[in-house]
Design a protein around this ligand. Sequence first.
Ligand SMILES: [Zn+2]
Ligand SMILES: [Zn+2]
Length: 365
Amino acid sequence: MQDLHSFGWYAAKLKPHLPKKAFQPVPTRLWGGLAYLVITVVALLTIGLLDVFPLFYVPISIVIGASFAALGFLGHEILHGTVVRKPWLRDFLGAVAFWPLSTGPKLWRKWHNLTHHVHTQHEEHDPDSWPTLERIMKSRFLCWVYKLPLPVRAFFSFCSLSFQFTVHSVNMFVIYLKEFNPKKRPAVIFEAIVPWMTWIGLLVWVGPVKWIFMFLLPLLIANLIVMAYISTNHRLNPTTEVNDPLANSLTVTVPKWVDVLHFNFSYHTEHHLFPGMSSKYYPQVKQLIKEHWPERYHEMRFDKALIALWKTPRPYQDRVLVDPSSGEVFGALGEGLDTTNIKKVAKKVRESDLVSSLSNSKNQK
Ligand SMILES: [Zn+2]
Ligand SMILES: [Zn+2]
């Protein structure tokens, strides 16, 4: 692995090359949010007021789900303070944008801004990084899961993208609630419960059939869209001791119109260099990164990144990817992974190493 540098090191080198306005909030991003909000409300009313055979609701559900996801991308941006600066307004607009995904702004800022961004791909401290083999081996259930053949695991792992964000968000709430100042906890609980209450209220109001098409199916679609991106953000990269975005993050490329619809969420390496900058300017940051460190930068077409995810095993061991069922080791990006021809690298984890990880974890219990 090359020398690693912190995100601040890269940001300091690029900052002089960027215009001053790139570091100002961009409130015009809210027009996009308003458009998604109007589409969502109109689509919800259409299902609510229209009585047709339920399958005809499916296309409307897809529109609602896509809008839920896009609002989540905007909420991410808002809560980084890149749209408006006033804290109360930032949190209010962030809460509205994250309403469909039922994630409160205070929890999100702690989990994402203060933890994921600060400790990206750190084995222990990043709540979003895939666990290491050692941690997997501590759970009997996960040991069993990871003994299944890789294609079976890949299939279920991709299916789980349709609910992973929601499950992870609830998990983060449970984990981080106790870390908040006791005076702030009621507000964190309030922000978590109110969105769910509205969705449960909707169920009581419209009944289960319409609710499935107004909320449940759109929620699964939104999870799938946001998790398709999130799963490619870091999971093909190695874990790193130093939070180096060029080593531990991946930017995916999508058609321009998709970037417009998703508020440039594809530019993830750029986002980790400048999380406080509006994503409107990330194409400029990308250009600069490619001029300064072309050999360190990772970018991949979105569909190819998803295929690479399917073909590579998880979890991590010694920064790279290992298949616990076969003991085969695959590289990570910058660590021997050839994305044009994904195959195991020459070395293989010795059975004894896997066994020793397992017995160590049992001894710790
Ligand atoms: Zn990230
Ligand atoms: Zn972020």
